[in-house]
Design a binder for this molecule. Structure first.
Ligand code: URA
Length: 255
């Protein structure tokens, strides 16, 4: 039995995480940069328009991606701005804003939806049950939290974990855009429909979006299911595993 299968079984993910028809051997990933602090603020690209691969049907874009602002704040300034943000009503109900976690120099950046109750309490994304599954998913392709940077579309918890509202996504859009500009990941991964819709300006179904590799400002973007959805619908884990393998292949190709 392979080491990977042993790991998946240990995580309670096997046999669902196995490809049914035999996957090609996966190439090894390159080690990530050891430096955990960004050294200099990169210059924002002039054009902020995301590109959707033509195979995906064109759909009207929701107004959730703000127009490009001129200056990119320093990382520390950005953290402070998020911590003290009052741009939408969520600031009145949050315990604290949730900036992100992981390696700001990571090759891969994951984008979720919004903090839940536990994230709001701890000030970190994906620390609840969905976060545990996400950790397991990353481990299954050989990635730890130091290999990724994880952020959300919304930095503050919507009360009762309701869906993000369009005006809240618009108010938060610059923060995510700036985070991506700082991290400059080689690969972006959106978890669930809100993150996909925010970055791709599309309202197509996840099922259609996840079959394509998209581009966000020249960065390959993969769409996959939200781990909370996978907890509710474990039958979809096989598809998520295929997405993970595609992400791993993309990283290996760029190494
Ligand atoms: N779900 C998300 O989308 N983000 C979190 O941080 C936690 C749960």
């Amino acid at each position: 039995m392979s080491r990977q299968h042993l790991l998946l079984r240990e995580l309670g993910l096997a046999p669902r995480w196995r490809l049914r028809h035999g996957a090609a051997p996966e190439p090894a990933l390159a080690p990530v940069a050891a430096n955990l602090v960004p050294t200099a603020a990169p210059v924002m690209p002039a054009v902020a328009a995301p590109v959707v691969v033509p195979a995906v049907a064109a759909v009207p874009a929701p107004a959730v991606v703000a127009p490009a602002a001129t200056a990119l704040p320093e990382w520390a300034t950005l953290q402070q701005q998020v911590a003290s943000c009052t741009a939408c009503g969520l600031c009145q109900t949050r315990t604290q804003a949730v900036f992100g976690k992981g390696n700001p120099r990571a090759r891969i950046m994951l984008v979720g939806e919004a903090p839940g109750a536990e994230e709001d309490k701890q000030g970190l994304p994906f620390v609840g049950k969905a976060g545990q599954l996400l950790d397991n998913m990353l481990a299954a392709i050989g990635l730890s939290q130091d290999d990724v940077f994880i952020a959300n579309v919304l930095k503050c918890r919507p009360p009762g974990n309701r869906n993000p509202a369009v005006d809240e996504m618009a108010a938060c859009a610059d923060y995510l855009r700036w985070q991506i500009a700082h991290v400059q990941p080689e690969v972006l991964v959106t978890l669930g429909r809100f993150a996909a819709h925010a970055l791709l300006q599309s309202d197509a179904a996840i099922g259609a979006l996840r079959r394509e590799t998209h581009q966000y400002q020249g960065i390959p973007l993969f769409v996959t299911f939200h781990p909370a959805y996978l907890l509710r619908s474990p039958g979809e884990k096989a598809k998520a595993w295929q997405d993970l393998l595609a992400i791993r292949r993309a990283l290996a190709k760029k190494a």
